[in-house]
Unconditional design. Structure first.
Length: 438
């Protein structure tokens, strides 16, 4: 069984439903804030209340719902879930801290910082037999009906565990349906049947998003126009009177600009993950929790680390569907070690060429890293290979030094940027095409 979330655009049945939903969300926020500031935060680190302890405060004599009767208008499970959020957020902060990020403490939430309500196990009903195409109706207990754009049906054997109703910053509504189901993924090819040339190593970077062991590369998405749009809308917003209608419109326009950039990034990741996992039996990537600590600095590092993490997740997801092994290898030393002879050479980040003093192999720094990632990946997966032959075989097929990845003669099996653009997946658009490097 796997857990998957399906997200849909939603429309409230009428204005009263929209109002009821927003009111209930805000009640959840009050409960969250109350639990956080009155119960959770005052207690010392070793003595934090458990989830059950917090939840029990809601009910019973002199419980919160007794003291504030207006809280009773919300479906009771939703209030429990609001309280549970404290623990969830806390564990997110902890895991960030474990990975070396600086984190603050949980904050009291303002109305626009708390935008969703969570129905867990009960209190909802999904009706997809409405007689209309791409349409389903979700009933939320004590709120009412929301119509959803049911463009992607839930799996037939899905068990709905949770539904989250959210008012996005753009002002539109969305419904996330979390399901457990048996996806019936196809079997991946057995390791002993995998040929070395049907595998690929991938180096993820900041300016070049991907450089692979066949010496093909993909630039990072060109975000300049999105950035300009976002800057422009930030300026628009700053000129409006805070809280006015014009201000609200400008704020929503800004939120849409951010959303658009997010969507483009996601689209790009998904397409790359699809291409690689359909073309190869195994894809090797670096374990980036570690890599993000060692390369770059400050904000650009955080942004890159985030997009690498999401990219790896996309590869893992597509790998399951497309019968492709996706293996993460430790990144230490991959840029320094020579992929041909294993000799380590110190090179600072700005040295883009790899030139081995021991064996004379020369090539792009990232290409050398990708080859090294492939070698480590084959080792980890257990594919029988002669290390030397792997390296030499790949080096031979590549005019190193001067040739750009796109100029390499591509065979049918190669994932060349050109091929992605020309033959691409059916959903590949012009927009993405222009972002792919040649
Ligand atoms: Zn060497």
């Amino acid at each position: 069984m796997v857990e998957e979330t399906f997200k849909y655009a939603a429309t409230p049945d009428d204005d009263a439903t929209a109002t009821a939903a927003w009111n209930d969300i805000q009640t959840c926020r009050e409960v969250y804030n109350h639990a956080l500031t009155q119960e959770y935060r005052p207690r010392s680190a070793g003595d934090k209340p458990s989830y059950t302890e917090l939840q029990n405060k809601l009910t019973g004599e002199s419980g919160w719902k007794e003291r504030w009767p207006e809280w009773q208008t919300v479906y009771s499970k939703c209030l429990q879930m609001a309280v549970r959020r404290i623990k969830q957020s806390e564990s997110v902060l902890e895991s960030l801290q474990d990975r070396g990020y600086k984190v603050g403490q949980l904050k009291w939430k303002k109305p626009d910082e708390f935008r969703s309500i969570c129905y867990n196990q009960s209190g909802f009903d999904v009706d997809s037999n409405t007689g209309r195409t791409d349409h389903a109706c979700v009933n939320f207990s004590k709120i009412g009906d929301f119509h959803i754009n049911y463009h992607r049906p839930l799996p037939a054997n899905a068990d709905i565990t949770q539904i989250i109703l959210k008012k996005e910053k753009t002002g539109s509504w969305s419904v996330c349906i979390v399901v457990d189901y048996d996806p019936g993924y196809p079997e991946k090819p057995p390791v002993e049947d995998i040929e070395v040339e049907d595998t690929v190593g991938i180096d993820l970077g900041i300016t070049k998003f991907i450089h692979d062991s066949n010496n093909h590369s993909f630039e990072s998405l060109d975000e300049q126009r999105d950035r300009e749009r976002i800057d422009r809308r930030h300026r628009d917003l700053s000129r409006k009177e805070y809280g006015s209608n014009n201000w609200e419109n400008a704020r929503q326009a800004l939120a849409r600009a951010y959303e658009r950039l997010d969507n483009r990034r996601e689209d790009y990741r998904e397409k790359l993950a699809h291409e690689y996992t359909t073309r190869y039996d195994a894809v090797f990537l670096e374990d980036l929790d570690v890599k993000s600590m060692t390369e770059g600095n400050g904000n650009s590092r955080n942004v890159a680390a985030m997009s690498w993490r999401q990219t790896i997740q996309a590869f893992n997801r597509h790998g399951k569907k497309n019968k492709c092994h996706v293996i993460e290898v430790p990144p230490e030393g991959t840029t320094k070690r020579c992929s041909q002879c294993g000799c380590s050479t110190q090179k600072p980040l700005w040295v883009r060429e790899h030139s081995c003093p021991a064996c004379g192999f020369e090539g792009d720094r990232d290409y050398n890293a990708a080859l090294e990632i492939k070698r480590l990946g084959l080792e980890k997966l257990g594919v029988e290979t002669n290390t030397k032959a792997v390296g030499q075989g790949m080096a031979k097929s590549t005019p190193a030094e001067t040739a750009l990845p796109g100029e390499t003669e591509a065979t049918a099996d190669d994932v060349s940027p050109k091929r992605v653009v020309e033959t691409g997946s059916p959903c590949l658009t012009e927009r993405t095409a222009s972002a792919v490097s040649e």
